[in-house]
Design a protein around this ligand. Structure first.
Ligand code: IDP
Ligand code: MG
Length: 173
């Protein structure tokens, strides 16, 4: 999801940015991440990078919602086991916001299979499975928008300023 924002320049560059494109992405800490007590570690990766948490819900995803979330994979051999896995226990469903959040979050998560993911990524450091790979991250602005809508009403997504924004970007927001 792209959100046009008016940005005030405080960095001394004298070229105010008028409309930065901010993205939102749906990140899910899957049931394996919760069961393995990795939620804090995973959240820390996104926090330290500089993304902003704007919504969160700890919930046991139903089979029917899992089927909707992964509708693009219907018919594939891994679809049914994936739906069973995602609906097998509670997940932490979040929306994170930043310029380029969607691509950044996927790099932080790493390649789909933990067997291929680079060390330094969440999956590369903590997963050794193609399915039990700890996190979901939206793969495009269109899917982010649809996925966020599956889990959150518009008024459940918060708007606030982070006090360290200047030190992350050289601007106040
Ligand atoms: P992504 O999570 O990196 O976007 P997708 O291709 O969208 O990967 O697949 C969705 C989820 O389905 C993966 O995160 C993983 O849990 C599972 N998955 C994908 N490919 C396989 C596979 O070949 N075997 C088993 N599970 C898979
Ligand atoms: Mg995907």
């Amino acid at each position: 999801m792209c959100i046009a924002r008016s940005i005030e320049c405080v960095g001394g560059c004298h070229k105010p940015r008028n409309a930065a494109m901010v993205e939102r992405t749906l990140i899910i800490i899957k049931p394996d991440g919760i069961q393995r007590r990795l939620a804090g570690e995973i959240i820390t990766r996104f926090e330290r990078k500089g993304l902003k948490l704007v919504a969160a819900k700890f919930t046991h995803i139903s089979e029917s919602l899992a089927r909707e979330l992964y509708t693009a994979h219907r018919g594939k051999s891994f679809f049914d086991p994936l739906v069973k896995f995602i609906s097998s226990g509670p997940s932490l469903v979040m929306v994170w916001e930043a310029d380029g959040a969607i691509g950044m979050a996927r790099k932080i998560a790493g390649a789909t299979s933990g067997l291929d993911a680079q060390p330094g990524s969440i999956r590369g450091d903590y997963s050794c499975s193609g399915r039990y790979n700890l996190v979901h991250g939206s793969d495009s602005p269109e899917s982010a928008e649809a996925e966020i809508r599956l889990f959150f009403a518009p008024d459940e997504i918060t708007t606030y300023k982070l006090s360290d924004a200047y030190w992350l970007h050289g601007r106040t927001e």
